[in-house]
Design a protein around this ligand. Structure first.
Ligand code: ZN
Length: 249
């Protein structure tokens, strides 16, 4: 855990395949989705690094995860190429207190599915329709500085039922032009860690350039930052917290 005077250490992870394989997607995110997410987080004062699938250990090896306070995750087409070992390390770090922000199609990523324990499937449609993201928990830290709705003119639709456990806190709900709705800002506690799932961010629309979307992600990083106890003792405790009388059976 970084001490309270140093900036939060954020790692933005991106599969980074659409942008390299498709000219159309590269035109939307010329430097990759990870850099469009990372730049405003740097401006917000965080210490930000990026990591991508095709780097050794997906850019998450060595002490990267140990030195990450909050991990941001974008993946879509090749979730299965993320190694089970790295996915497990992400899960273990969340249990130990690392924050995790899962974006858009990351609903099917290995770490998110393992942490949720459900199928995480949903309805979807690629029609470039309007999305209205309504804040339904206006007192939540992730809602700070936002209007009561964020309007994205063109997005992919995700619809209910979204097969997730009931969120510990539901901060946002989306409405789509086609009529569907979706729980689009979901908070979870797992172990000592906090997880925020945030729906928007289809690769063919410049959603991560939207200032309110950037504000949500920055707020979510602050909310998900490690807090609480640094060391929790588990397992066999031969010495009791108070002196015990020996009970002879
Ligand atoms: Zn998508």
């Amino acid at each position: 855990m970084s001490n309270s005077n140093s900036p939060l250490r954020v790692t933005v992870w991106n599969e980074y395949r659409h942008e390299q394989e498709s000219e159309r997607i590269r035109a939307v995110y010329p430097h990759g989705i990870h850099n469009s997410i990372a730049a405003p987080l740097r401006t917000a004062g965080f210490e930000v690094r990026t990591a991508t699938l095709d780097e050794p250990d997906h850019g998450l090896g060595g002490d990267v995860l140990a030195n990450t306070d909050v991990l941001v995750w974008w993946g879509h087409k090749v979730h299965e190429l993320v190694s089970d070992a790295i996915a497990e390390q992400v899960v273990q770090r969340v249990w130990a207190g690392m924050g995790l922000i899962v974006l858009h199609s990351g609903h099917f990523s290995k770490p998110f599915k393992r942490l949720m324990g459900t199928g995480c499937d949903l309805k979807w449609r690629e029609a470039g329709e309007r999305e209205r993201i309504w804040i339904v928990e206006p007192g939540h830290p992730i809602a700070q500085g936002l209007p009561e709705q964020i309007v994205l003119e063109h997005e992919e639709m995700y619809g209910e039922h979204f097969d997730i456990p009931a969120p510990d806190e539901l901060v946002m709900v989306s409405w789509f032009q086609g009529g569907e709705i979706f729980r689009s800002g979901c908070c979870y506690h797992r172990g000592q860690g906090k997880i925020f799932y945030f729906r928007p961010g289809h690769e063919s629309f410049p959603t991560y350039e939207h200032p309110h979307v950037q504000q949500v992600i920055a707020n979510a990083v602050r909310w998900a930052a490690p807090s609480g106890l640094e060391n929790v003792v588990r397992g066999h405790i031969p010495v009791a917290a108070e002196e015990l009388e020996v009970y002879e059976s």
